[in-house]
Design a protein around this ligand. Structure first.
Ligand SMILES: *Cc1c(COP(=O)(O)O)cnc(C)c1O
Length: 374
């Protein structure tokens, strides 16, 4: 077999091409009419009061944290099982990320996980909605209210994901989304910050546009930066929104087929859904016996696999945290049995809206062969 079965590929066609051509025809590349329209469509789709676009999900989190006033001397609790960007955004503000464990069945951190990681310096919680389902967000927000902490939701993987009928990312003080190439809706690179607070929105607008709310003026009242997107990206995003139903349908069909083929395999188990959450499978995430050997077997047959996230508390990049007073004990493996079990036994299988059904079946055939010892 010489063809590679990809882990992921974006779902693009002629329509995105045509939308880009419209930008060239209008001779307008920077954030403008397409971006305004994209934001308005996102508002309809997600249901937030205020929002602004950002260059990517990591910077959306950074902007959100800064708008909440997070900075040096503060701690922000972040699940140990998430993409690196959740925590690097915290570090970028000068605050420290404090990691909490997750439930290995759902891969989500719940209120009890956040609570056990609180420090006297904790100012905010960052619930992350992982792998296309919501974390148990309502009890986390409740905990934050009791302790007078801010909540910034990392909903990078949670477009079209609902908890108790409400869109993920709209429960906390701030919610952040990513439109990276492997997210449910992509603009290549891109991000979104949402809030229901006019006061936070004002801070976001100032921060993202060089300290002013008006463009075209050279008087900067406050310190801000450039966190804008381009109209080229927004044009792609607008087409992607119109395809969301199709994308979700395809993702669900892929999950269903994987279940049909792999549920009978004793050595394979799918992750569980958080009660109250909808599901737009972001990854096909399974627990597999002899996971490393299985991945090697599939890679040898040109099938791309991914491990689950590497626990943040073990990241070499966060090694300097160990030298902070009182911090070392917080990074011990013993505190993260859920995240470690997930990393050591999890496998992500190829999944993307355009995955040919026969390729999906080939992946399943190879997995079944592997456990049959052939
Ligand atoms: C993708 C992702 C991010 C970062 O988004 P970028 O757009 O890649 O910067 C942050 N958190 C999670 C959970 C993600 O999946």
């Amino acid at each position: 077999m010489d063809k590679t079965i990809l882990q992921f590929a974006p779902f693009l066609d002629e329509q995105e091409y045509a939308a880009l051509r419209e930008c060239f025809d209008a001779n307008w590349l920077t954030e403008g009419p397409k971006a305004r329209e994209f934001l308005a469509r996102l508002k309809q789709q997600i249901g937030f009061e205020f929002g602004c676009l950002a260059p990517n999900g990591t910077l959306a989190l950074y902007l959100g944290l800064r708008a909440l006033g997070i900075g040096p001397g503060d701690d922000v609790v972040v699940p140990d099982f998430t993409f690196f960007g959740s925590a690097s955004a915290v570090e970028m503000t000068g605050a420290d990320p404090i990691f909490c464990d997750v439930d290995p069945e759902t891969l989500q951190a719940g209120a009890e996980h956040f609570e056990s990681a609180l420090t006297p310096r904790t100012r905010a919680l960052m619930p992350v909605h992982i792998y296309g389902m919501a974390c148990p967000i309502a009890p986390i927000v409740e905990l934050a209210r009791q302790r007078e902490l801010a909540v910034i939701e990392d909903a990078a993987q949670a477009i079209e994901v609902f908890y108790a009928g409400r869109h993920a990312g709209t429960f906390g003080d701030v919610g952040c989304f990513s439109f990276f190439a492997d997210k449910t809706l992509t603009t290549g690179e891109g991000g979104l910050v949402v809030t229901n607070s006019a006061e936070i929105q004002q801070k976001l607008l100032v921060l993202r546009n060089q300290g002013r709310t008006d463009r075209g003026s050279f008087v900067h009242e406050a310190l801000g930066y450039n966190f804008r997107m381009t109209d080229l990206q927004a044009a792609i995003g607008l087409v992607q929104i119109s395809k969301l139903e199709e994308i979700k349908r395809r993702k669900s069909r892929i999950l269903l087929r994987y279940h049909e083929r792999l549920d009978p395999i004793e050595e394979v188990r799918f992750i569980s859904l958080t009660p109250g959450s909808s599901y737009v499978p972001f990854r096909i995430a399974i627990y597999a016996q002899r996971a490393t050997d299985l991945m090697r077997h599939l890679e040898l047959q040109n099938i791309q696999t991914r491990t689950f996230f590497y626990p943040l508390h073990r990241q070499p990049a966060f090694e300097p945290l160990r030298r902070k007073p009182g911090y070392a004990g917080r990074l011990a493996d013993e505190a993260f049995p859920g995240a470690i079990r997930a990393y050591e036994n999890g496998v992500c299988l190829p999944s993307y809206p355009g995955l040919p059904p026969e390729d999906l079946d080939t992946v399943c055939d190879r997995i079944i062969e592997f456990y049959a010892g052939r």
